[in-house]
Design a protein around this ligand. Structure first.
Ligand SMILES: Nc1ncnc2c1ncn2[C@@H]1O[C@H](COP(=O)(O)OP(=O)(O)OP(=O)(O)O)[C@@H](O)[C@H]1O
Length: 257
């Protein structure tokens, strides 16, 4: 199956600072892919480049023709004192019908909030409204950038269940940036670990069942945490973007073998 979005040797820079180097990435229809990595490792920048909001310094991004992407941003700075109903918010920047708005809210688990003021929504409800807005265009690919930041554990778990339902019902692919590693390990088809470049990637199940993984990281959530940490706890000398991760790469290869 051909990819919805693909990158080849993608390099991103801000001024003379390289934040992401030589990234080869692809996501196919229906896949759930999660990007993990420490703060500042380039996760949001990658998402922005994928949706065309950030120009590659080198390499390229290829999108399937006519691809519809729904994007739930990490942060949406809203003036909470500005009176605006959920319904009106859904019609920004493009007007949508009442029926489309109702359907999107229902699918996002926010049915009946249309007439509420945005300022009165809880964090979890607001995330659902953002999801509803992303669903309005019937996306083939849903991109979520730390969509559960600020939600408590049950709130985050409920939100991810919702995402799985949306994928199940609509068949859309899901690409998310997440720090909720237990969710990452259980819900993703593939995990990509970034730190200025791709440290390692693989199927979470295969990775977590591989003897080499167990030997290194143990099992369960603690193992997931170790998967996250071990690539980044080592000493970075010189340019943090240009080092290699021989152990991580060997580990990923063995896990996939
Ligand atoms: N508009 C910008 N101008 C200059 N530098 C930027 C800009 N946006 C991001 N950066 C820098 O690029 C690097 C990667 O940022 P990015 O937001 O992609 O990381 P991240 O992995 O998403 O981090 P976090 O987990 O904190 O959200 C950071 O060092 C950041 O300071």
């Amino acid at each position: 199956m051909s990819a919805l979005i693909e990158t080849h040797d993608l390099t991103l820079r801000f001024g003379d600072r390289t934040v992401l180097r030589d990234v080869d990435f692809a996501i196919r229809p229906g896949e759930i892919v999660t990007v993990v990595g420490p703060n500042g490792s380039g996760k949001s920048s990658l998402m922005r480049a994928l949706i065309g909001g950030l120009k590659p310094a080198a390499g390229r991004v290829t999108r399937a023709r006519g691809l519809r992407v729904g994007y739930v941003p990490q942060k949406l700075v809203l003036d909470r004192t500005l009176p605006m109903t959920v319904r009106r918010f859904l019609s920004l920047p493009r007007r949508v019908t009442d029926e489309a708005a109702r359907e999107a809210l229902a699918r996002a688990g926010a049915a009946g909030t249309g007439q509420q003021q945005l300022a009165t929504l809880s964090g979890g409800q607001f995330q659902r409204v953002l999801l509803a807005r992303a669903l309005l265009d019937r996306p083939q690919l849903l991109i979520l950038d730390e969509a559960t930041a600020g939600l408590d554990q049950p709130g985050a778990a409920a939100f991810y269940r919702l995402i799985e339902d949306v994928r199940h019902d609509t068949g859309c692919a899901v690409l998310m940036v997440s720090h909720d590693l237990h969710v990452v390990m259980s819900a993703s088809d593939r995990v990509i670990c970034l730190n200025g470049h791709v440290c390692c990637e693989g199927t979470p199940q295969v990775v977590s069942e591989a003897p080499v993984y167990r030997a290194l990281f143990g099992e369960g959530t603690r193992g997931a945490l170790a998967l996250y940490r071990h690539h980044h706890d080592h000493h970075h000398h010189g340019d943090a973007q240009s080092h290699d991760h021989p152990q991580a790469e060997r580990h990923a290869e063995q896990a996939e073998a």
